[in-house]
Design a binder for this molecule. Sequence first.
Ligand SMILES: Cc1ncc(COP(=O)(O)O)c(C=O)c1O
Length: 345
Amino acid sequence: MRRKRGFASDNNAPVHPAVFRAMESVNTGHAIGYGDDPFTAGATEKVSALFGTDARVYFVFTGTGANVLSLGAAASHSWESVLCAETSHIQEDECGAPEKFTGNKLIPVEPVHGKLTPEGIERHLYGFGFEHHSQPRVISITQATELGTVYTTEEIRAITSLAHEKGLVVHMDGARIANAAASLGVSFSEMVTDAGVDILSFGGTKNGMMFGEAVIILNPSLDQGFKYIRKQGMQLASKMRYIAAQFDAYLENDLWLTNARHANQMARMLEKEVQAIPGINIIEPVQANGIFAVIPEKMIRPLQEEFFFYVMDERRSLVRWMTSWDTTEEDVISFSSLIREMLTR
Ligand SMILES: Cc1ncc(COP(=O)(O)O)c(C=O)c1O
């Protein structure tokens, strides 16, 4: 019988109790809607302090919303294009929302372990000023990547330098930015602001929040009417205080870091437990909270019946196992023991 806990996604984990309590604590009386309230002002200040005094913060509902609006702000003409990894969420998992809502063409670039490289990007930097070609405008990178790997700060700098040299800007999809920061042991500002990122989708949902992400604009020239873009993009929350309260709790006493460190640690533990099992082949470096492994096809179904997880590529029997802030050592042990048992039966 399928267990209630599994390794399918960090989205499947519950809300951290401190976040829930924070939502309840603002649940008294009236507060002006659409963000003109003291809770939103306080949380905005707290988030922006993480990225430097010039950071502009806009709370939104979803990660897809944050990405689409960020790309819309970064590439304001529909004839401009966005370079992204073939494996990126915006390319693979947003049902064409960026193309539909911004009109920009996405140009998938072959990644190395989920990461864009300057060489890979450069192959697509052509056709500037040529009216038959969409005009490269944005490079979008995901930190941590969709394959559970993490860009080093130097790798980010190399991409932002190339982008700026060519007149492009850089968007970072930070749905799992906390896991990346915990993995590298650096601050958000070192990895984002100081590394030259222009606009960021700052995630919280996958690391203990209920819902709510933020668009952080680091390059002020991209903040051309973003408040209108957010409203038109249907991401302006009327009861904003409940998103603000979540961010407030998420940042208090570095809850984000505690949660992300724990999730990463559980991924490392799972890696250690399963890598020695013959038949399990981990194919991506485990640097955040995801494991990508090729496993015997015949064990996928029975294993999924107990612990749900996703198959990423059926042809290769490639599966993804995600850990989250609430994964326990017992979860890891029972899962890895079951794998061992199935393979030695
Ligand atoms: C890398 C990445 N970016 C963005 C998102 C989008 O988040 P949402 O499902 O909230 O739209 C996800 C969700 O899984 C993701 O993994």
